[in-house]
Design a protein around this ligand. Structure first.
Ligand code: AMP
Ligand code: GLY
Length: 457
């Protein structure tokens, strides 16, 4: 029962690309005997050491039943919707060590208004913002930002898989986005925030994810997501169209400062509110000319960030996930021999390209046959499945918005990019959408943005 205890059997809740990457990673670690994915996917089922159990990942009782039947030592929850549905609460109540926060702590992601309130109380820098229950007040705040010469971002409150956010170029666009949110959401409910309106900040973004409990926060390698659908950051926001790690403009030496000034105060404030957080806390940062600011918190690993981060982690994760679940992460990290707030990483770079379905993000179309997966494998690409399924005849088909993430590894980002492009090139399906510029701008970012540990306001 020392701090470095490894869970032998792990229940992995979810079935997307992030969970595929987690399954590959955890199943390959020493001491891990089996992974049970709930409900997993056909792609996840093909990972050696992984079995799948069918069921609804949003039904806490069903997840607990699967955990008990399969006698797992640890549950790891992937998707935000499961967290918000109280799956972690139910697992914890059943006595199962759980990596993934309770619904109360996961509100840091599921409510943008709550995230702003926590960040304010914790002294963490975010964009200037207001949370509004009524259209009139929201529109007035947007107009005031515009009059001040500020850009505007409109965010629906609540989970929207990264698609509830409109980054506006004009006040008219902001007004239209607000109208749409209040129309979709029906009547206004006094006192219940519907929307957050924010000042638009400028700069490259960074995703810094920590493994956390009440005792410690250990950062995984930093990554950068590409949120917009089109090349050159054009088109609508998506769940993420590609990612890379490491970041030339956010070296490891700066990540510890980020953790100290963003994650640690937020974790402390959540604990103070009676909602201690055990799981992956993801800070979506923007590196402005005045220093970093927090755009959002997620209560889980990123997708597609996990697909590029996990292959770069140079220490076993399973014992740390179990330790965080049991509230003894600080001791486990010390035992594992890494001091400070950083997990050791490999010197390799990783670039991941998302292949999305026709119609994504507004109305993805399912059904197209996918070809070239074996060729991508043969090229040395890591192929992670998200929205796919294998039909009765064995053909892989599109079944979701983001279909695949294909990751290339290399000695540096340029080499990793070449590897990813080479692996992706052979894959095809009807209506395939992808970006061609993932990580392309990375080298030019080196040193151009000040990355200070402080949080100027
Ligand atoms: P969120 O879900 O809040 O992270 O927003 C999704 C994406 O919208 C972010 O990754 C950014 O690309 C963009 N975004 C959100 N808030 C802002 C902001 N205040 N300024 C500029 N871009 C933003
Ligand atoms: N890639 C952004 C997210 O996981 O929310």
């Amino acid at each position: 029962m020392g701090p470095a205890r490894t869970p032998r059997r792990i229940l992995l809740v979810g079935g997307g690309g992030r969970e595929h990457a987690l399954a590959v990673r955890l199943a390959g670690e020493p001491g891990v005997v089996s992974i049970v994915a709930f409900p997993g996917s056909d792609g996840i089922a093909s990972v050696p050491g992984v079995s799948i159990v069918a069921g609804d990942p949003l039904d806490p009782a069903a997840v607990v039943a699967a955990a008990i039947t399969t006698r797992v030592d640890l549950a790891v929850i992937g998707p935000e919707a499961s967290l918000a549905a109280g799956v972690a609460d139910a697992l914890v109540a059943a006595g199962i060590p759980t990596f993934g926060p309770t619904a109360a702590a996961a509100r840091i992601e599921s409510s943008k208004a709550f995230c702003h309130a926590v960040a304010d109380a914790a002294g963490v820098r975010m964009a200037r913002s207001g949370a509004f229950a009524a259209l009139g007040a929201a529109a007035a705040f947007a107009a005031a930002l515009d009059a001040d010469g500020r850009g505007i971002v409109v965010k629906a409150d609540g989970l929207a898989a990264g698609k509830g956010v409109t980054v506006c170029d004009t006040l008219d666009e902001a007004t239209a986005a607000l109208d749409a949110i209040f129309r979709d959401a029906g009547r206004e409910t006094p006192g219940v925030p519907r929307v957050v309106v924010e000042e638009r900040l400028r700069g490259p973004e960074a995703s810094v994810i920590v493994l956390a409990d009440e005792t410690a926060a250990i950062a995984l390698p930093a990554a950068r997501d590409h949120k917009r659908l089109g090349d050159g950051d054009t088109g609508p926001n998506t769940g993420g169209m590609g990612a890379y790690s490491p970041l030339p403009d956010l070296p490891d030496a700066n990540v510890a400062g980020i953790v100290a000034s963003f994650h640690v105060p937020i974790l402390a404030e959540l604990a103070r509110l009676g909602a201690p957080f055990r799981g992956a806390l993801y800070a979506g940062l923007i590196l402005t000319a005045d220093g970093p600011a927090l755009l959002e918190c997620n209560a889980r690993f990123g997708d597609p960030e996990s697909q590029v981060i996990l292959p770069r982690c140079a220490a076993p994760l399973a014992p740390l996930l179990l330790a965080a679940a049991e509230g003894r992460l600080a001791a486990a990290a010390a035992e594992a021999g890494f001091a400070g707030r950083l997990l050791p990483s490999t010197p390799e770079a990783a670039v991941g390209i998302v292949l999305a379905a026709a119609g994504y993000p507004a109305a993805p179309r399912s059904g197209a046959a996918i070809t070239g997966l074996a060729e991508a494998d043969a090229q040395g690409g890591l192929v992670f499945h998200a929205g796919t399924a294998r039909d009765a005849g064995g053909t892989w088909r599109v079944r979701g918005g983001r279909v695949l993430t294909v990751v290339g590894l290399g000695a540096d980002l340029a080499a990793a990019r070449v590897a990813a492009e080479r692996a992706v090139d052979g894959i095809d399906f009807d209506g395939l959408q992808r970006r061609h510029d993932i990580a392309a701008a990375a080298p030019a970012l080196r040193g151009v943005v000040p990355v200070t540990a402080g949080t100027p306001r």
